[in-house]
Ligand binder design. Structure first.
Ligand SMILES: Cc1cc2nc3c(=O)[nH]c(=O)nc-3n(C[C@H](O)[C@H](O)[C@H](O)COP(=O)(O)OP(=O)(O)OC[C@H]3O[C@@H](n4cnc5c(N)ncnc54)[C@H](O)[C@@H]3O)c2cc1C
Length: 434
């Protein structure tokens, strides 16, 4: 390992000023950075016992690959806000793309296996878990659940191996939480459809080969779905800069200017917003497991750090206040794991409602906010360095708190289910539309 790393600046004449930063392990040998990932120690209530042997084996494999392949590079790529394209073949070996889909080269996993595995990726790096979820739980699931037989055969096998990458575009600049009001239009033209409009925040979109675009049918005014291919004339995707979280994920603004989509690439199973609710329900469970994984990683990191770092002649772990914080984090993780696991079981037995999924996503992301914030405190100054994981995790959780339905919107979905009263629109607006 070299002793210096990038970081020297240049003055206005282009002359180098300052010295490159010291390698963090040399500058601060008192505690091990997250590039050498800490052991997993958060399963205090032995929730592993709830998993099948296959689920445990997959979890172990995903944990090992994430720690070996992703941990050493994540700080550098997060800091550069670039995606580590060279890691895609390693992510492919996880065997997660396609998740529960059977056939078409997909792994046909149980939902529980998919969920605990995505948590293992998020434990090490949340950006990589988001990259996989956008590709698999959104783009691939939409094709698997709403595509024709020919579309499944054409697109899923290469997506399953990450030979091609997918993205999924619902959100627009004017329609975030209110996504079902989206305006991107799909107009029938000879031989296919013409798409016009704008999308925002779309993960993987700057380089995706397969773009699933949701648009409003100009005739029926209902939601339709389309597969648009990279390089289609009139399609433009540009990277959103200056994010403070999930910095490796390439989120894009998409412009669609008279983009032609052949009839064969219209997703025949999407004829209303309701038709994508089954995709969103499953995806919301997977997203609910990201905060669980992030919290596990932060706990593991803090557990090691507090034993390595000494102050006042004793390891930080010896101080009562620090122990209480660690225990609070651990308690949250046990509860999150149980909620996440139960959500998977409700889904697998066909009993899960939209309110169940929304409560799970809203609740794990809010509990995880407490865990990462305690972790940030526990590491002192190093709690703001990406090299020690918790600062990165702290920032990565924020977009997760807001995407796949914000905390508030998911709470309102559950609120509607338990009260029978929808409260999304302010009373004044609802009244004026009567
Ligand atoms: C990193 C990242 C990745 C994303 N990836 C994708 C992607 O791949 N594909 C995609 O289609 N979208 C994606 N999104 C978009 C995401 O789903 C939206 O950001 C999200 O739905 C919230 O919309 P908004 O940001 O426009 O917030 P707004 O809708 O403007 O909400 C702002 C605030 O107002 C609150 N609010 C809004 N309406 C109500 C209401 N009725 N009652 C109470 N409170 C309300 C919200 O809870 C929030 O606190 C991504 C977003 C981010 C940040």
């Amino acid at each position: 390992m070299g002793s210096l790393r990038g970081g020297e600046g240049r003055n206005e004449d282009g002359v180098k000023v300052g010295l490159p930063a010291l390698e963090v392990a040399l500058a601060f040998p008192q505690a091990t950075p997250a590039s050498l990932f800490p052991p997993a120690v958060s399963d205090y209530y032995q929730l592993d016992d709830l998993l099948t042997d296959e689920e445990k084996a997959l979890r172990k494999k995903v944990r090992a690959i994430s720690e070996k392949e992703i941990a050493p590079i994540m700080t550098e790529y997060w800091e550069k806000a670039e995606f580590p394209f060279h890691a895609i073949p390693k992510l492919a070996t996880l065997g997660l793309a396609g998740s529960t889909t059977k056939g078409y080269g997909c792994p046909g996993l149980s939902l529980t296996a998919s969920a605990v595995s995505i948590a293992e990726v998020a434990r090490v790096d949340a950006s990589c878990s988001t990259f996989i979820l956008v590709h698999s739980s959104l783009a691939m699931s939409t094709i698997a659940l709403c595509g024709s037989e020919a579309q499944k055969q054409k697109y899923l096998p290469s997506l399953a191996q990450f030979k091609t990458v997918g993205c999924w575009a619902l959100t627009e600049p004017d329609y975030g939480s209110d996504a079902s009001s989206l305006k991107t239009s799909a107009t029938k033209v000879p031989g296919g459809w013409q798409l016009d409009g704008q999308k925002r925040w779309i993960g993987n979109s700057t380089f995706a080969d397969v773009l699933v675009i949701l648009a409003r049918n100009a005739d029926t005014k209902q939601l339709n779905g389309f597969i648009v291919k990279k390089g289609a004339p009139g399609l433009r995707a540009t990277k959103i800069q200056n994010k403070i979280g999930l910095r490796m994920v390439q989120n894009g603004d998409i412009l669609l200017n008279k983009v032609f989509v052949p009839e064969e690439d219209r997703l025949t199973g999407i004829n209303s917003f309701q038709d994508i609710s089954k995709v969103l329900a499953m995806s919301r469970i997977m997203v609910a497991w990201q905060p669980i994984g992030i919290s596990m990683g932060v706990y593991d990191m803090c557990h090691r750090y507090l034993k390595e770092r000494k102050q006042f002649g004793a390891p930080l772990a010896a101080f009562q206040i620090n122990q209480e914080k660690l225990v609070r984090m651990l308690g949250n993780i046990q509860a999150m794991l149980l909620v996440g696991w139960r959500l998977c079981k409700l889904y697998e037995s066909g009993k899960m409602t939209p309110g169940h999924a929304s409560l799970g996503k809203a609740w794990t992301s809010s509990k995880s906010r407490e865990v990462v914030s305690l972790g940030r405190e526990l590491l002192g100054g190093n709690g703001i360095l990406a090299d020690f994981l918790v600062a990165k995790a702290f920032c990565d959780l924020e977009p997760i708190y807001s995407y796949e339905g914000t905390y508030d919107i998911n709470s309102l979905v559950t609120g509607r289910e338990i009260t029978g009263i929808a409260s999304f629109k302010p009373a004044a607006v609802a009244k004026s539309r009567l």
